[in-house]
Design a protein around this ligand. Structure first.
Ligand code: ADA
Length: 722
């Protein structure tokens, strides 16, 4: 029998010579990775004692960011590159003493050969997921084929439903493979047996209950055992769901033969104060929140998430977009690693009913003229097809990627990330872009793979404007996007960027350091923003009513429009002894609600729900505005060609002046590492950055120059210098 022993407890963690006792999951960037600016990126060591091996013993890391080297009693037992997948090493021959010293080096510094290199999220370092020892008999399911179980189970609808199972067995001779498929009541729904040496079998499943997304996420359990001489030498079990789906450029998505619009959110694996070292209950809380907004799909951006999360998606019925961190900055040197991370993603998650596509890249055309990008993407696409011919491939394109770009024809289905109305132009541009795209490419199956606007819960306005970082503008932005998506049935889905605010060390905007604030919920999971309730009103059946703008508690005196979100057909509002009623869908605007001096109790109710707010009428109410002088990143790499702001830095400034600014220095240090402090760099202090970037040896294209310029234009020259 297989034995899985968790070894999360009692590790000695050593960073820069200092030791501390820690339990896993653990990251060394929980604080500095969310503080804005420089965060520690380097090599740290985890040490633990292990007993002698009792038979075949593997060590399993469920995630270590991002390059890991393992030593036992000073001997190297293995190395792994990539911060998001599961990997294992056979320690049987190494655990040869009664007490053995395990040393695990984890390094999150920039690595020329490992993705990601540059992205808008913190690359938290550490052993941030579970570590286990796995003991198996001599005959066992393969633990080294990059998969989770050494077993690939494929439900297929042919004349009837069939389950095809392929197992990879080590030392199969004389052993038998036994499969039992249990339904949710633990009754056997089907069974099969085969010689362990013949690794594939297909068996009929009579009339299975289908896995039908959030409506009915019905799952079976496939128990797999290897039996030899009357003994079970290894066994594993996992969930299996029967479902089929299709995409069509004109009709959108269908699940089990019925049209279904994918109402999606994106999620990063972190939260405030913890970084990426999350517990099972953190994952569960996230899933519950995603279900509460009424989503039926989730984009797990921008890398492989915890196996617990995919399991929860199976269980709760969320359709999953799974993806690798091939993001922003394409590099030929990193291609082998891209292939390896994609192989791991697919092999490790193949059996999940919830996963409907494999994403091979995100906004990878930022460096659009990069040679070799197209063949590299083709290669990733082919690999995904080879490993899985049941699911489509997808890619999330940069907003500016031309509509007729050949890149749009690589994957089976497609996504575009759009921020019209936030970084550039206005929300109305979205509608124009979508219609034009569909006219040019009626056959392409398109979704909005990202869209969002910052919403900081401290900022409010009765007249919200693009770029003001208010919760109110964020809600308006999303009202527009949701309508645009709903009006176009050919769009198969949309993914809000993002479900939760997340750590992004390089950001410092709107007065908040170290976070991207485009979430529907704050990074500590404590506040659901107004936009959350807007979606809930259109997406969810759970009865509720929500008065928007509650955090803008002080108001000027006089008649006001009060916005209420609800999924009821009628909302009643009482204020100042008056009763108002409105019928509608989702958004209810009550005009002419009087706010008198002092506290005004406003109550909104429907047949099944009630909400209240107290607005305090004042001659001079608080402003709730973003403080003067806060930097904004609204002007970033998307805003090429806009007039330059002379008060902010640009690529025309000298290297020395740029590096004297604390924020710029930290940003460069995060990406380039310690080499930025090399005395040779000082020789270039008087040279403008543009000049350096134009040198042939640096090989930077014009997009990258614009990107750097856009970033520098977000930083005021008066801001802190070192
Ligand atoms: C990009 C990127 C995301 C995200 C977003 C943003 O489009 O794909 O990772 O951070 O920008 O918020 O600007």
């Amino acid at each position: 029998m297989r034995k899985v022993i968790n070894i999360n407890e009692n590790w000695t963690f050593i960073k820069e010579g200092k030791a501390a006792q820690v339990n896993l999951p653990h990251t060394w960037n929980a604080e500095d990775g969310q503080a804005g600016g420089f965060y520690y990126r380097g090599k740290c060591l985890y040490v633990k004692e292990l007993p002698a091996a009792r038979g075949i013993t593997y060590i399993e890391f469920n995630g270590a960011n991002s390059v890991t080297e393992v030593y036992v009693n000073g001997k190297k037992a293995g190395e792994h590159c990539g911060g998001y997948s599961v990997f294992r090493f056979d320690l049987t021959a190494y655990l040869d003493q009664p007490v053995n010293k395990l040393e695990v080096y984890v390094d999150n510094s920039e690595d020329a050969y490992v993705y990601p290199a540059m992205a808008d999220f913190t690359f938290y370092g550490g052993l941030y997921r579970d570590v286990n020892l796995i003991e198996v008999g001599r005959t066992h399911f393969d633990l080294e084929d990059k998969s989770l179980y050494g077993i690939k189970a494929t439900p297929a609808l042919e004349v009837g439903w069939k389950l095809n199972v392929k197992s990879s067995v080590v030392n199969p001779d004389g052993a038998e493979l036994v499969y039992n498929l249990f339904d949710a009541d633990k009754k056997v729904a089907a069974s099969a047996r085969t010689d362990a040496a013949s690794n594939e079998i297909t068996f009929d499943i009579d009339n299975p209950r289908l896995w039908n997304g959030v409506e009915d996420p019905y799952l079976y359990t496939l128990a797999c055992a290897l039996c030899k001489d009357g003994e079970i030498t290894d066994n594993v079990e996992f969930k299996v769901g029967f479902r089929h789906f299709s995409f069509d450029g004109r009709k959108g998505f269908e699940l089990n033969g019925k049209p279904l619009k994918l109402k999606g959110v994106s999620r990063h694996q972190d939260r405030k104060g913890k970084g990426n070292a999350l517990s099972f209950s953190d994952h569960l809380e996230d899933i519950e929140t995603i279900l509460d907004i009424g989503a039926n799909s989730v984009r797990l951006a921008h890398y492989q998430h915890s196996r617990d999360f995919y399991d929860l998606c199976d269980e709760k019925g969320l359709l999953v977009w799974a993806e690798v961190p091939v993001i922003s900055s394409f590099s030929k040197k990193k291609q082998p690693n891209a292939l390896s991370q994609l192989e791991e993603l697919i092999k490790q998650n193949y059996n999940h009913a919830s996963i409907f596509c494999w994403s091979i890249a995100n906004e990878i055309s930022i460096k659009s003229q990069t040679k070799g990008l197209e063949p590299a993407l083709e290669q990733l696409n082919d690999l995904a097809h080879t490993l899985d011919d049941t699911r489509p491939t997808v890619m999330a394109q940069l907003s500016m990627c031309p509509k007729d770009s050949p890149l749009n024809r690589i994957t089976d289905i497609l996504g575009y990330n759009h921020y019209f109305g936030w970084y550039m132009q206005t929300v109305a541009k979205l509608d124009e872009w979508l219609d034009d795209f569909h006219k040019i490419n009626p056959d392409l199956c398109l979704c909005l793979s990202e869209y969002g606007a910052e919403g900081i819960t401290a900022y409010h306005s009765e007249t919200p404007e693009q770029g003001d970082y208010t919760e109110d503008y964020q809600a308006l932005y999303h009202e527009h996007y949701l309508k645009a998506v709903n009006e176009r049935p050919w769009i198969w889905g949309s993914y809000i960027w993002n479900m939760f605010d997340f750590g992004s060390a390089m950001r410092n905007e709107g007065g908040v350091k170290g976070f991207n604030n485009k979430g529907m919920v704050t990074a500590d999971r404590k506040i659901k923003k107004d936009a959350f309730y807007m979606y809930k009103a259109f997406w969810s059946d759970r009865p509720f009513v929500h008065i928007a703008g509650k955090r803008m508690q002080e108001r000027s005196i006089g008649p006001k429009t009060i916005k209420v979100y609800s999924n009821a057909a009628e909302v009643t509002l009482t204020a100042g002894g008056k009763t108002f009623k409105k019928q509608g869908e989702g958004i209810f605007l009550f005009e002419g609600v009087d706010i008198a001096e002092g506290d005004n109790l406003i109550v909104a109710f429907t047949e099944n729900a009630r909400d209240e707010a107290v607005f305090t009428g004042k001659e001079n109410p608080a402003t709730y505005k973003m403080p003067e002088g806060c930097s904004t990143m609204v002007r970033n790499w998307f805003t090429v060609g806009q007039e330059k702001n002379p008060e902010c830095y640009s690529v025309d400034d000298r290297i020395g002046d740029l590096l004297a600014n604390e924020q710029i220095y930290s940003m460069v240090r995060n990406f380039a590492g310690k080499k930025i402090d090399n005395p040779i760099v000082k020789l270039f202090y008087k040279v403008p950055l543009r000049k350096i970037l134009s040198l042939k040896i640096i090989k930077v294209n014009s997009d990258m120059v614009d990107l750097a310029d856009g970033f520098l234009q977000t930083i005021k020259k008066t801001e802190k210098t070192k």
